[in-house]
Design a protein around this ligand. Structure first.
Ligand SMILES: [Zn+2]
Length: 421
């Protein structure tokens, strides 16, 4: 459960980080200018003949449309005593595109069909994962890049076998066949996995060998928490990070409902992943902020904002890496679909009543029923049109090597080809 204090603390931190970003960005502009000059002099040292970025980050804010970013930035501005103008890290990226997200059988996609579209470059049916509408296996970009010598990391703030991360390694006509999806982790040969835990930890009926045991038997070191991960990463070839709270069947809980002090934030998880993979060899990291979608399904405005801020922190981590390797790094931030149909403003008004919204979540209070949530959102003038996904196109933000290919309109199935070519 999120408290006002934690939200304010977080926003305070974000503001400091934001100021740092601003300073970094100034440095970055200079670095980029130097890079353009060196590139012009044919001194591109990317170390990759294909012209592809050596370090690739794909961030997926599950359910995060333009509205979620706008509401979060309005909240940050409110915290800073302004009407607007505060910015997230990724909304400042120089390249902006927009992606359509429909699936092979619906106007409105689910996370496995859109995850598959992003990862594999093909549309499939809602509920399908890493397979085409005929159930035939598709090849995700992670497999393509693995073959090209990239190290692969797949990370999420929600379970490792949930739809979005699973789209990059799994193949199943049922996205909820979680146990069997987990069994594909060692088959993938990917180097790093991270998430809150495993759904169907011991199988659908709880009678199978616990997932970590299976993974350990196949050469994947499963570490519960940052301390264990840091201790064991140097001696591990393949590693799986699981939150301390993910030791059992409760991995389905999401942070805003059940925070665990011991759990690492997504940014920390990503930093561990970057440290594990290192920069000696090229890498591809997919990093998902999964609880943005869950909070948006619930139309819970403050938890949604908290989830976007956590996701933004993770992007900051990658951005810091980019500043150290500007000519070799590509960062893409997008969403698999929009959730909730959120708008900054509703009911014909021109004001958001942030004081009231923040107060409503004070002391860990959360609106419990659908009606309470609707009344609160109505009162403060945050619009939500549905408790499901919508077909609104999602923004794509990009920076770094090859980022310019992502400008303008595209479909989610175009992303894979743009990264690879
Ligand atoms: Zn969803």
């Amino acid at each position: 459960m999120i408290t006002e204090k934690s939200v304010i603390l977080q926003a305070g931190n974000k503001y400091i980080i934001h100021m740092k970003t601003y300073l970094k960005r100034t440095a970055s502009a200079i670095v980029m200018a130097i890079c353009s000059i060196t590139a012009f002099c044919s001194c591109d040292n990317a170390g990759n003949d294909s012209g592809k970025a050596r370090y690739i980050f794909v961030f997926i804010g599950d359910g995060m449309g333009a509205g979620h970013a706008a509401v979060t930035e309005s909240y940050l501005s409110y915290q800073a005593g302004k009407l607007g103008g505060e910015e997230l890290c990724f909304t400042q990226f120089p390249v902006l595109g927009t992606c359509t997200t429909y699936s092979a059988d619906h106007h409105i996609t689910c996370s496995s069909a859109s995850g598959t579209a992003i990862a594999c470059g093909e549309k499939t049916l809602n509920g399908y994962l890493g397979v085409n509408p005929d159930g035939e296996r598709l090849k995700s970009i992670a497999y393509d890049l693995k073959e090209e010598g990239y190290n692969i990391g797949i990370m999420s703030s929600v379970p490792v076998n949930h739809a979005t991360p699973a789209s990059f390694y799994g193949h199943n006509t049922d996205r909820e066949d979680y146990y069997n999806i987990s069994m594909e982790i060692p088959e993938s040969g990917f180097d790093l996995f991270g998430g809150s835990g495993f759904l169907q930890y011991s199988g659908k009926d709880g009678d199978k060998t616990p997932t970590p045991e299976v993974l350990e038997s196949k050469g994947y070191n499963v570490c519960f928490g940052a301390e264990e991960f840091r201790q064991e990463m140097d001696s591990s070839e393949h590693i799986v990070f699981i939150q301390p709270s993910g030791k059992a069947e409760n991995a389905g809980n999401y942070e805003v409902e059940k925070p665990d002090e011991e759990d690492s934030r997504l940014a920390e998880m990503l930093q561990m992943g970057i440290d594990f993979l290192g920069d000696d060899e090229p890498f591809f990291i997919m990093c998902e902020g999964g609880e943005i979608d869950w909070a948006a399904h619930d139309n819970m405005t403050m938890p949604m904002i908290d989830a976007v801020l956590r996701f933004n922190e993770a992007v900051e981590t990658a951005y810091h890496f980019y500043l150290e390797h500007p000519s070799e790094t590509l960062i893409i931030v997008t969403a698999d679909h929009e959730t909730g149909g959120i708008t900054l403003g509703s009911n014909g008004t021109s004001t958001i009543y942030w004081d009231e919204l923040v107060k409503a979540y004070e002391g860990g209070a959360v609106p419990a029923t659908r009606e309470e949530k609707r009344n609160l959102n109505d009162k403060v003038c945050i619009g939500w049109t549905t408790d499901n996904h919508t077909g609104a196109p999602v923004p794509l933000y990009a920076i770094g090597k090859g980022a310019e290919k992502f400008a303008g309109r595209m479909d989610n199935t175009d992303i894979k080809g743009k990264i690879l070519n």
